[in-house]
Design a protein around this ligand. Structure first.
Ligand SMILES: *[C@@H]1O[C@H](CO)[C@@H](O)[C@H](O)[C@H]1NC(C)=O
Ligand SMILES: *[C@@H]1O[C@H](CO)[C@@H](O)[C@H](O)[C@H]1NC(C)=O
Length: 772
């Protein structure tokens, strides 16, 4: 039978589509039950412990096969039915295609884009962070099941403490507080990996997707005045390591049970992180019980030889990292030099086996060696679970609850939905949804700009970009002033974008780029009423000029608020949502840049004028402080009850040299004592205003005496409550003295000092006396 040509073509097309479709829907997996040659291997037997299965698989590999597996793009081992695997995928604030593992090239062509982490942190809501993690883990598994993922290991969260306001990657982090950062890490990791909010052991260690705490450790400088992260040797004191740089990683590993760690580019006190046996093996695996794989940052092994000169040869670098406990190299260095390192007897093959044991264990925990994963746990998650209404609402909720109201003179906000007849939006990001998403993002489910979202409220909304670009090298003041004069209200949308702050690019100053400030001043002067300023930026900007300018009525900080950020901003501006976000980092004045970014010290040194860093130690003037954030309503606090106001620690065995400096170390007190000595503090919070709101309550501890490098104050708990107008709630905080009343001494030991302490919430204080 002769087929009509057109029919033939369409049949062929149909077949091709089917073929492509079948291929792309098959996720890569090992131990195919329909393949008699591979299914009988012990490493395929899911009834055996994973450690045994991984050992069996490693024992079957030749040295060449082993070496090939030590890099992020791991090839297939066809004779064993093992497919290729890509270790590098990203999911900082939504599944992204920034690594090599994820492709949005099939039925799934985008993922929910949550706000950049710094804004999500501003919600101070750990359960929200967990739900975001869950949504990301689910969408990741859907991408894998659909055959669009070559791996399920995601290199997030970024939990380095945001130490210096210039850091280009501060936007990726949960801010400057170690407790907040640690809690964020725990919540995100548990969500992504498929654990419950409260934690507890995952079923057989089984992972929905794998999360990775990065960058271990003391990494928070990218490129500043000729110093870059590849060459930087961070000088960090034991004290700062113990109570600032390390705690988020300890939380991520111990409570989050993260299955991955990334070692950072930089050196710490001379030793490259990825070559640091003490850090990777003694501390992470030994002391903290880490179980998972350790990857290098990309090309972080080559630099140990090429940039840092720490290793004399490439083989020495390879031997250093594999002996230290690193398992996989992002890059190709280990593929090129591991065999020669073994042949030159610089590295025992057992070190390679040790690494592979960790690598294959994680792949097995992901269910990739259990036959067709579509038939396994998480196998039924499909494209319909990506960009769901629920996930998109969660992105909106996070943006809404993160956005911080910094100024609201004469209650300019919210604007009336009925009486506002026209709005002018002015600024380079007013009609640009791309900037809202931030870095390490995939294509979002949808994009709505602030201009579009405002039009939903006020039909007569005008827009002018004001500047040529965010750098604002040229400005069109007459045009901007023209629409400002014609409008009832003006919204100026200014700040930064990835051209100003990003990976590999720290800022040189803390001010608005180019001529933005003169645009703002001119528009504010010309407008009929005080203007609203929306600030997009990850790191803080010194906007003192706007803070004190009466023509600027309101200021909102929106970080990079993600795919729903435009809608969230419009809802806040027009009173459909009451802002409740609080700043997760200190906003420093512009002269802070006289402090070298390379100086890692957290504590101030008055004799040299070094001001210290973050709310815990910084002694200078602030533009806005950590925890600051206004609302359309008013909240008041009271201490309702505190179960004890005196804590007896018993006689010190390691009393300090002077009588006034008595302390006990946390380890000598012991966890049992601290459990028994836990203080329960109940705080009442009352919404005295006329509007419902979600409000994070932040509890700090401060010591009366500011000596020995004590923090000025320290956040010890936070809890977000939703209150109707006039409603009151009580929030309970459990304070374990070992965790919450301790600080690091100069030797990096956590100690509790005797003397007078205060619990602080808002302006309320409650005294607690510690007696030794
Ligand atoms: C490894 O070898 C390949 C092939 O010779 C080369 O292209 C690549 O640059 C090498 N990688 C490194 C990090 O030296
Ligand atoms: C300003 O930004 C524009 C657009 O991104 C770019 O083309 C231009 O080179 C930038 N100018 C400067 C001085 O950085």
């Amino acid at each position: 039978m002769r087929l009509h040509r057109a029919a033939l073509v369409s049949t062929l097309l149909c077949l091709t589509t089917l073929l492509i479709h079948t291929e792309s829907t098959q996720p890569p997996f090992s131990c195919d039950l329909s393949d008699p040659s591979t299914k009988s291997y012990p490493f395929c037997r899911t009834s055996l412990p994973i450690s045994q299965r991984a050992r069996d698989l490693v024992s079957r590999l030749t040295l060449d096969e082993k070496v090939a597996q030590l890099v992020n793009t791991a090839p297939a081992i066809p004779r064993l039915g093992v497919p290729a695997y890509e270790w590098w995928s990203e999911a900082l604030h939504g599944v992204a295609d920034a690594g090599y593992g994820i492709q949005f090239n099939g039925r799934i062509n985008g993922a929910t884009s949550f706000p950049q982490v710094i804004l999500t942190a501003a919600t101070f809501d750990a359960h929200l962070w967990y739900r975001i993690g869950q949504a990301i883990g689910t969408e990741a598994r859907a991408v894998y099941n659909e055959g669009q993922a070559k791996g399920m290991t995601f290199w997030a969260p970024n939990i380095n403490v945001f130490r210096d306001p210039r850091w280009g990657r501060g936007q990726e982090t949960p801010g400057e507080d170690p407790l907040v950062t640690g809690k964020y890490a725990i919540s995100y990791v548990r969500g992504v990996q498929g654990d419950s909010f409260e934690g507890g052991k995952l079923k057989d260690g089984h992972l929905q997707a794998s999360a990775c705490c990065k960058h271990f450790t003391a990494y928070d400088l990218d490129r500043w005045q000729g110093v870059d992260r590849y060459g930087f040797d961070a000088q960090v004191s034991k004290q700062d390591l113990a109570d600032t740089y390390q705690p988020p990683f300890q939380s991520c590993i111990q409570q989050g049970q993260a299955s991955g760690i990334m070692c950072a580019y930089n050196r710490v006190n001379g030793v490259p992180n990825c070559a640091d046996y003490n850090l990777l093996s003694n501390i992470a695996r030994g002391k903290w019980g880490f179980q998972g794989y350790i990857t290098s940052d990309c090309d972080a092994v080559s630099i140990i030889h090429d940039n840092q000169g720490y290793a004399k040869s490439p083989e020495d670098a390879v031997a250093d990292v594999l002996k230290a406990g690193m398992d996989v190299n992002c890059g190709s260095y280990l593929k090129n030099y591991t065999k020669s390192a073994v042949q030159q007897r610089k590295l025992p093959e057992s070190s390679v086996d040790r690494a592979l044991q960790n690598l294959f264990s994680v792949r097995m925990r992901l269910g990739l060696f259990s036959g067709n994963p579509n038939k396994m746990l998480y196998g039924d998650i499909g494209p319909s679970q990506v960009c769901t209404k629920e996930h998109q609402n969660l992105a909106l909720e996070a943006a809404r609850n993160g956005i911080v109201l910094l100024k609201n003179s004469a209650r300019l906000l919210p604007l009336s939905k009925t009486k506002t007849t026209s709005v002018a939006i002015i600024g380079p990001n007013g009609n640009n949804a791309h900037t809202f998403v931030g870095n390490y993002a995939g294509p979002p489910c949808k994009s709505v700009t602030l201009f579009q979202a405002t039009q939903q409220y006020v039909k007569n909304t005008m827009y002018h970009q004001g500047c040529n670009a965010i750098n604002c090298t040229s400005v069109s003041i007459p045009e901007a002033v023209g629409i400002a004069k014609a409008a009832d209200h003006v919204i100026l949308i200014v700040g930064l974008d990835q051209s100003q702050e990003r990976e590999d690019h720290d800022r040189k100053d803390l001010v608005l780029p180019g001529k933005q400030q003169s645009l703002i001043a001119s528009v504010a002067k010309a407008a009929k009423k005080p203007v609203i300023m929306v600030l997009l930026c990850g790191g803080p900007v010194d906007i003192s000029f706007a803070k004190y300018d009466p023509k600027i009525g309101s200021i909102l900080w929106a970080g990079y608020p993600g795919e729903a950020g435009g809608i969230a901003l419009a809802e806040i501006i027009f009173g459909d949502h009451n802002p409740g976000g609080k700043l997760p980092m200190t906003w420093y004045p512009k002269d802070f840049i006289k402090v070298p970014m390379t100086d890692m010290r957290m504590r101030p040194e008055p004799s040299s004028g070094y001001p210290g860093r973050t709310y815990r130690f910084y002694t200078g003037r602030k533009v806005y402080q950590f925890g600051y954030g206004l609302s359309y309503t008013r909240y008041v606090y009271e201490f309702v009850s505190v179960t004890r106001n005196k804590l007896h620690l018993g006689k010190s065995m390691a009393a300090g040299s002077s009588e006034s400096l008595q302390y006990m170390s946390v380890s000598e007190l012991g966890t049992e004592f601290c459990e028994r000595a836990t203080i329960s503090a109940t705080v009442g919070v009352n919404n005295l205003g006329k509007m419902a709101g979600k409000h994070p309550v932040l509890l700090f501890v401060k010591q009366a005496k500011l000596t020995n490098g004590n923090p000025i104050k320290q956040l010890v708990g936070f809890h977000s409550v939703t209150l109707k107008a006039g409603e009151r709630a009580e929030v309970e905080f459990a304070l374990n003295p070992c965790d919450h009343l301790s600080r690091a001494n100069e030797d990096g030991l956590m100690v509790i000092e005797g003397g007078s302490h205060h619990l602080v919430v808002g302006d309320e204080e409650y005294p607690i006396d510690i007696v030794i």
